[in-house]
Design a protein. Structure first.
Ligand code: NDP
Ligand code: GDR
Length: 374
């Protein structure tokens, strides 16, 4: 049987990198679109990179951008993929309030550009299409937990753009009989999560604090509740969705939620630190109640290591998200395998290794600069 070909937009992102690994394991020829940047942006896929000078490459990167339909059409024409995974996006909710038009162009119009290119090239009966939809569509929640039939109420330019992408995917399925489907994925994280999303900001920040490289973690709304899963579990599901007889839309979630504050406390425990939260609103702080001096040599009891900074509050917040994955479990036999506790432990361990390396370099007189831009 001929090797299946997949095209992944957003291959350099968290999900793109895990999905590329999974598809390579399954024997696919994997094509990915990477953006031109002024410095290297392929760190998450460098370990699967293949030298283009050797024969029989099965992981191939193409320069491209979701804002450029000529480029997308050319890549699709060249690759003729069996499956397209549209994971590329300006994916940061807070940033979408700063760059709403760009977010709409990439996340909404970018999706249309790919679907239309598939159709114009006559690939609509060959190419299956996966759209990275999101629990942010539920926004101001109308029902708890949220499932496939729960009404949407997006609360950010990002979510509104993703709403267009969701419906244009449904529309191309209904209008042209395309195999096109939406995965409505709740938050999923990993050691490869971008450093400015809340979980990674916490695990990396606290790991640095434990090694004396940073003093304090500045947070936004710590009351926010999220249903956090592991990206590895979720990309498996993305592939499964394209292997069915009929295309359908699915909610992917764990069915459990915790607050941002709980995630901070859990991360701290993994570093041998017990935190006590005091005060409320903008005055709330997290104080070190006890600390294992071997695990966190840079830290003293009584230090304030968490504070609130209003700059991280959003103009409109999504306070609570909790998914009901019953339909996906029943139809596809999918089960999440990694709990939020083990995911948090894994993220902390990975960030701790880096922090320890930096602390050692500092000890030997090297200059270490820690980027804390959020
Ligand atoms: P990331 O932010 O880690 O990755 C986004 C990817 O999109 C990166 O490869 C990025 O490239 C690329 N990208 C950004 N802008 C463009 C553009 N103009 N043209 C082409 N590519 C672009 O996101 P995740 O991996 O976490 O998420 C994958 C998808 O799933 C996204 O669409 C996201 O909105 C959606 N989603 C994510 C969830 C999550 O919890 N992770 C939950 C639900 C949905 P570069 O590396 O150069 O920045
Ligand atoms: P989210 O993820 O907005 O849910 O979108 P993020 O991790 O950014 O925020 C989760 C919650 O934490 C609160 N929060 C903070 N968030 C950030 N980034 N930084 C902070 O300092 C901070 N303090 C509190 C937020 O207000 C929010 O309530 C992610 C993205 O991956 C989207 O692309 C995806 O669609 C959704 O998950 C599902």
């Amino acid at each position: 049987m001929a090797m299946k070909k997949a095209l992944i937009t957003g291959v350099t992102g968290q999900d793109g990198s895990y999905l590329a690994e999974l598809l390579l394991e399954k024997g696919y020829e994997v094509h990915g679109i990477k953006r031109r940047a002024s410095s290297f942006n392929t760190q998450r896929v460098d370990h699967i990179y293949q030298d283009p000078h050797v024969e029989h490459q099965n992981f191939i990167l193409h320069y491209g951008d979701l804002t450029d339909s000529s480029n997308l059409t050319r890549i699709l024409q060249q690759v003729q993929p069996d499956e397209v995974y549209n994971l590329g996006a300006q994916s940061h909710v807070a940033v979408s309030f700063e760059s709403p038009e760009y977010t709409a162009d990439v996340d909404a119009m970018g999706t249309l550009r790919i679907l239309e290119a598939i159709r114009l090239l006559g690939l609509e009966k060959k190419t299956r299409f996966y759209q990275a939809s999101t629990s942010e569509l539920y926004g101001l929640v109308q029902e708890i937990p949220q499932k496939e039939t729960t009404p949407f109420h997006p609360r950010s330019p990002y979510a509104v753009a993703k709403l267009y992408a969701y419906w244009i995917t449904v529309n191309y399925r209904e209008a042209y009989g395309m195999y096109a489907c939406n995965g409505i994925l709740f938050n999923h994280e990993s050691p490869r999560r971008g450093e400015t999303f809340v979980t990674r900001k916490i695990t990396r920040g606290l790991a640095n604090i434990s090694q004396g490289l940073e003093k304090c973690l500045y947070m936004g709304n710590m009351d926010a509740l999220r249903d956090w899963g592991h990206a590895k579990d979720y990309v498996r599901m993305q592939w499964m969705m394209l292997q069915q007889e009929q295309p359908e839309d699915f909610v992917i979630a764990t069915g459990k939620q915790i607050s941002v504050r709980d995630f901070i406390a859990m991360s701290a425990r993994n570093l041998g630190i017990t935190l006590r939260f005091e005060g409320s609103g903008l005055e709330e702080v997290g104080i070190v109640e006890s600390v294992d001096a071997e695990l966190a040599p840079g830290l003293e009891c009584g230090s304030t290591v968490v504070r609130v900074d209003p700059r991280y509050f959003r103009p409109a917040e999504v306070e609570t998200l909790l998914g009901d994955p019953t339909y996906a479990k029943a139809r596809l036999g999918w089960e999440p395998e990694i709990s939020v506790e083990s995911m948090c432990a894994e993220m902390v361990q990975e960030d701790l290794k880096v922090a320890q390396r930096h602390a050692l370099l500092k000890e030997f007189g090297h200059t270490v600069t820690i980027s804390v831009e959020n």
